[in-house]
Design a protein around this ligand. Structure first.
Ligand code: C2E
Ligand code: CA
Ligand code: CA
Length: 740
């Protein structure tokens, strides 16, 4: 096209009309094309504009935070999809509504103050946390950031963002909790996979003496004492690799150089079965506890005069020997040794000389046996020698071997004694009972050896006798009781008695269920007459079931009563019952059948449960405990169980055996045992109940020592359920507690 200036400066040559028209038409066409091109460009810009707006809207709507515009009147003007979803509303229902309606009532005032400040002070970003209500009535914690925007001539608007911070808060709380949990009484040490320490807590520093700065970056063996050999650690690591955790006692060295015992538990941390990433070790200093254990062991299990094991320890070893002989099919022997005419010496020469003589005799006895045999002093001048299983498989041969040792003892005992320049002559009588051919109990064996010893005395002393067939009579009596017990169970001749247990405030807190048997011919039979037989014959299983059932039935009857409903009821469970793989299910079934609160039920076990599979026992106890059932360790102090194992049992209570309570007032030794047991109980977090409390003085001393429960004649012997109910509802029956 020709420009207007060009037209003006260069005059156009004259043209024919037709040619002019052609030129004009052409110009017009060009102009039209130009116009169309402009339109197209405009359309493209429009599309681009729309796309960009869509992008913006999309970004706005689906942003990870809620956006709201709120007018200064408090009404929502606009909200993105995320904001609407957070509040649980459709967008349309939010717009126009007041934002304050979405705020939980507790925070409404704070919102108003915030909105007011924002509207007044303007442009700076402000933050607040509010509890918001969703449409469905649930609520969540939100963090709100707001700013006031105002374009010229328009009313200002509050633009706010909304974030759900519940998850964040939870994580924060968990972190806080983890931090608190980390700072416990137990030392904690976290190492990487190679055993290099990454973190320790304050208790770790208290126990080991190493500060976090000193420990971090070092290897865990920093604290090794050298008392465990390489093999020990090999076994430990092998266990860790297969089981993922290990625990046990180790001797470690503090920074100060002091070596001390600790209970160490190591757990491996890994992700989804991958190779371990970290190890967490928790440790407790058990110096005090170990000292206490040793003290108890010494006090409770050894005779102070001769340093020999006492009756308790002997019985415990015998029990273990019985289990072992059952396994090995080999025989062991129990010898009951009584000095002849010792009483005369004691009475004529005095107790001092008597004691000295007993000490000499003890030394001689020990010299007559091999290592591994047990020599115990079980009474004044009564000793027991136990030859553990391993003599021989044949009873005849075993008898010959036992007789040889018996003869050696007799010979040694009749040698003259020199006591402070006096020459004394004493002999001994020995009764021997072999064990291993048939299952029997500790008590039964002792009885047999004792009987045989009396035969030796009757035969003129200074000799030995074996338990013989005549004594088998009692075996026959046993089997008739066994047959009768079968009938008794079927015909309901058994019933329960209840002995109350009182707390230190003098209030009845529970009872123990004790079985009784009304025998049609023999009359009332006590458990000691038949529970042992039931254990030997397997009848203990139906008997145990019956006892649990009777106890739960009683709990159900009590449950509605204001006073009786508060009592817990203890049932004796023997360790054989716990071996039953179905034991847990049986207990839970009885509890459920009677609809009673499992927390009212307590099972009394004895230390003999530790003679069997301890891990299995613990697992069963834990399972029952998870349902609320409580556990008490009965006759505590009479078994010589490994206290290390004992600590692992999930117990609630220890019951001090009545033999200690009986003698505590006149034997300082027994009082010391009671004191130590109470301390041990307290240190393990267990309540301690004393059994067989018969006098007020015993009760006072027990209270003084810190016992928390009392059972015995002073409070009431085993009685019927009706009598117990009367007692529970009467005034406190005993004013035995010191009144300060
Ligand atoms: P235990 O569990 O040690 O029960 C306490 C025993 O001490 C009871 O004897 C009780 O009558 C007696 N006793 C309570 N207070 C005193 C007191 O002040 N002085 C004296 N000297 N004795 C007192 P009981 O009823 O003859 O029971 C003997 C044992 O039989 C029980 O000893 C327990 O081991 C066992 N037993 C009782 N019932 C059952 C049962 O249902 N199942 C099983 N497996 N064993 C049971
Ligand atoms: Ca008991
Ligand atoms: Ca007991």
């Amino acid at each position: 096209m020709v420009s207007p200036q060009a037209q003006a400066s260069v005059p156009a040559p004259p043209m024919p009309t037709a040619h002019l028209i052609d030129q004009l038409t052409l110009d017009l066409q060009v102009h039209q094309i130009e116009l169309e091109m402009q339109n197209e460009a405009l359309r493209l810009t429009q599309i681009e504009l729309e796309a960009s707006r869509d992008r913006y809207v999309d970004l706005y709507d689906r942003a990870p935070v809620g956006y709201l515009s709120v007018g200064v009147d408090g009404c929502v003007i606009e909200v993105n999809l995320t904001g609407a979803a957070l509040l649980g509303f459709e967008r349309g229902r939010l717009v126009g509504s007041r934002f304050a309606q979405r705020v939980a009532p507790v925070d409404e005032q704070r919102w108003h103050r915030y909105a007011l400040a924002l509207a007044r002070d303007g442009g700076d970003l402000r933050r607040i946390e509010l509890l918001m209500n969703r449409a469905d009535g649930t609520s969540f914690h939100a963090r709100i950031d707001g700013v006031r925007v105002a374009s010229a001539g328009e009313r200002p608007v509050l633009r706010i963002t909304l974030i759900d911070i519940d998850e964040h808060k939870r994580t924060e709380a968990e972190l806080r909790l983890a931090a608190v949990a980390f700072e416990t009484q137990e030392g904690i040490m976290i190492t990487d996979a190679a055993g290099v320490i990454e973190r320790v807590n304050a208790a770790f520093t208290r126990i080991t003496g190493y500060t976090a700065r000193e420990a971090i970056g070092q290897r865990g063996d920093l604290m090794h004492s050298g008392l465990q050999d390489a093999a020990f650690y090999e076994v430990m690591w092998a266990h860790l690799k297969t089981k993922g955790r290990w625990q046990g006692e180790v001797w470690n060295r503090r920074k100060s150089g002091e070596v001390y015992p600790q209970w160490l538990a190591i757990t491996e941390v890994s992700c989804d079965g991958d190779a371990p990433q970290r190890y967490v070790g928790t440790m407790t200093d058990i110096t005090d506890r170990k000292a206490r254990e040793e003290e108890i062991a010494l006090l409770a299990f050894y005779d102070p005069l001769t340093d020999l094991p006492n009756r308790r320890l002997m019985k415990d070893r015998l029990q273990q020997a019985l289990v072992a002989s059952g396994r090995s099919q080999r025989e062991g022997a129990l010898m009951f040794i009584d000095l002849d005419r010792f009483k005369e010496i004691n009475d004529t020469l005095g107790h001092d000389k008597g004691d000295r003589l007993l000490q000499r005799a003890a030394l001689r006895l020990v010299a007559c046996v091999r290592e591994g045999d047990t020599v115990a002093r079980i009474g004044g001048d009564e000793f027991v020698v136990m030859l553990p299983p391993g003599l021989s498989e044949s009873p005849e041969e075993s008898a010959v071997l036992a007789e040889a040792i018996g003869d050696k003892i007799l010979k040694s005992m009749r040698e003259p004694y020199d006591v402070d320049g006096l020459v004394l002559h004493v002999s001994a009588s020995i009764g021997i009972a072999l064990f291993g051919d048939q299952p029997t109990s500790v008590e039964e064996l002792l009885k047999r050896a004792d009987q045989a010893m009396y035969q030796a005395k009757a035969a003129g002393r200074d000799t030995l006798r074996f338990f013989d067939a005549v004594a088998q009579d009692s075996l026959r009596a046993r089997s008739s009781i066994e047959a009768d017990l079968r009938v008794a169970l079927a015909q309901g001749q058994l019933h329960m008695c209840y002995q109350p247990v009182f707390d230190a405030a003098g209030k009845m807190s529970g009872a123990e269920a004790l079985v009784r048997w009304q025998h049609p011919q023999r009359g009332l039979m006590l458990p000691d007459d038949f529970v042992g037989i039931a254990e030997g014959s397997g009848l203990i299983f139906p008997l145990g079931q019956w006892a649990l059932d009777a106890a739960c039935a009683q709990l159900a009857l009590w449950s509605g009563d204001a006073v009786l409903g508060q009592l817990s009821l203890a049932v004796n469970v023997c360790s054989l019952q716990l071996l039953d793989h179905d034991f847990v299910a049986q207990v839970l079934a009885v509890v459920e059948r009677h609809g009673v609160n499992a927390a009212r039920l307590k099972l009394e076990l004895t230390e003999s449960v530790l003679l069997h599979d301890v891990d299995d026992t613990i697992a069963k106890m834990r399972e029952l405990k998870a349902h609320g059932v409580g556990f008490s360790l009965d006759d505590f102090g009479t078994g010589y169980s490994s206290l290390a194992y004992l600590k692992r049992l999930p117990l609630d209570q220890l019951k001090i055996d009545r033999s200690f309570v009986h003698d505590m007032l006149n034997k300082p030794h027994d009082a010391a045992i009671v004191r130590t047991i109470v301390e041990l109980g307290v240190s393990l977090g267990l309540s301690v109940v004393a059994e067989g409390v018969e006098t007020r003085s015993q009760c006072e001393l027990l209270t003084h020592l810190g016992c928390s429960g009392f059972q015995g004649r002073l409070f009431g012997m085993p009685m019927s359920a009706d009598e117990l109910s009367q007692l529970a509802n009467s005034e406190p029956p005993v004013k035995a507690f010191p009144q300060d």
